[in-house]
Design a protein around this ligand. Structure first.
Ligand code: GCO
Ligand code: MG
Length: 409
């Protein structure tokens, strides 16, 4: 089964997506997601100019060999652009292999280890009443696990909550890569945040009781000692996890956080290989691996990271905001269903335009996702719909402290 055609598809239904479509000489088609939010065209160019020609004529069944060929063959290893490009190829080949076997992909990954994949959604509000409203809406959709992000008094737009309406009058429906010529700038104050967040969690627990699973994302903004303080102050509210509490390029930083708090820690959405996790996993400094299939070299590589993590009782929490395309989400769901050390899956729902371009077979019922029983990933790409949505440059925001210093966003 030889690879005959490789197409890099860039479209922008609700936001920009980079999709790789591989066709074999016997007519099987596989899709892979290579979307890197705010830097999409770098991956599209990497695939188009440096990968596509290398794939033509290769045996589509040789997934591991192709992965190693692209990773080692480039000489320049790792990095988000390279690993997103490799992920797109890897997932497209898994899609093809599963279609050739006439099975849903999870069957090839070992078969189902559970009946459904527990998912969490994103609730947010500028203030507590607005947040409660958002939590109730998520509960009405079936979510049993909900991430809580809140505005901070004295600050405007912050990560997770926009200060003003965005798309169609609705606040922060999609991750905030804005279609502006320059990135939007936000203002940040960690001390104000650390004072405010525990009061919000107290209010949420009082209103919604002890059983609702709650999560929170610190989005890389704290130093280790600040993160330790937050983890400690959130202990009474029994979080499922505190995510990305520090930037974590320095893995040793998490030792300090861990010494001070029993709030579970999740990290990794900006990591791209197992080497970013080495210390974190072997020293059991985290509880959940947050990588996306799309940014970590695909199913082949993320499965290995998760198997390594499993030996240290660390579970999965695969990244799934709307900047992961439905192809990347489907790949995550097949993996979630198959692995033993599944934790939870992030699931922000895509908009109507995205769902028109990516026709999907997965379901979300009563808080649980299931990838469906179609052969392969279960996603097809609608070229006609995609042609209505041309690429538009978009940037993630830049974050500054009140005195103008650039901070982590
Ligand atoms: C999450 C992430 C996202 C990122 C986004 C950037 O936990 O879902 O933090 O919200 O900000 O993926 O493109
Ligand atoms: Mg995050």
């Amino acid at each position: 089964m030889k690879i005959e055609k490789v197409e890099v598809l860039v479209s922008s239904p609700d936001r920009n997506f980079v999709t790789l479509r591989i066709t074999t000489d016997d007519g099987l088609v596989g899709l892979g997601d290579g979307t890197l939010n705010g830097r999409e065209l770098a991956v599209a160019s990497y695939l188009e100019n440096h990968v596509a020609a290398l794939l033509i004529g290769r045996d589509a069944h040789q997934i591991e060999d192709t992965w190693q060929y692209l990773y080692r063959g480039a000489y320049w290893r790792r990095g988000p652009v390279t690993m997103a490009a490799i992920a797109a190829v890897d997932v497209a080949l898994w899609d093809i292999k599963a279609k050739a076997a006439n099975m849903p992909l999870y069957q090839l990954l070992g078969g189902a280890s559970r009946t459904g994949v527990r998912a969490y959604g994103h609730a947010s509000g500028l203030d507590v009443p607005e947040l409660f409203d958002s939590i109730r809406k998520h509960q009405a959709l079936g979510y049993k696990a909900i991430r809580i992000q809140t505005g901070v008094p004295g600050l405007g737009s912050v990560y997770g909550v926009a200060s003003s309406p965005t798309v169609g009058g609705k606040r922060y429906d999609y991750e905030p890569a804005r279609r502006t010529a320059l990135p939007v700038e936000e203002t940040w104050d960690t001390a104000a945040y650390l004072r405010h967040v525990p009061t919000v969690f107290e209010a949420v627990r009082n209103e919604f009781g002890p059983e609702l699973t709650l999560l929170h994302d610190g989005h890389h903004r704290m130093t280790p000692i600040q993160a330790a303080k937050l983890g400690k102050s959130l202990e009474p509210y029994d979080l499922f996890w505190l995510e990305d509490c520090t930037p974590a390029e320095n893995q040793e930083a998490l030792r300090l956080v861990r010494q001070h708090t029993v709030t579970p820690l999740a990290i990794g959405e900006i990591f791209n290989t197992v080497w970013d996790y080495q210390t974190l996993i072997t020293e059991q400094l985290i509880d959940y691996v947050r990588s996306a299939v799309t940014h970590t070299g695909g199913i082949s590589a993320l499965k290995k990271i998760l198997e390594f993590a499993a030996q240290y009782q660390i579970k999965s929490g695969i990244h799934g905001p709307t900047d992961i395309s439905p192809v990347g989400m489907a790949a995550a769901m097949h993996l979630d269903l198959a692995i033993h050390n599944f934790g939870i899956q992030e699931y922000m729902q895509h908009g109507d335009a995205t769902n028109e371009v990516f026709i999907q077979s997965f379901s979300f019922e009563d808080g649980y996702l299931h990838p469906g029983e179609q052969a392969g990933l279960g996603v097809t790409y609608n070229d006609e719909a995609a042609s209505k949505f041309e690429y538009q440059g978009a940037y993630l925001p830049v974050n500054r402290l009140k005195d103008g210093t650039v901070h982590d966003w």
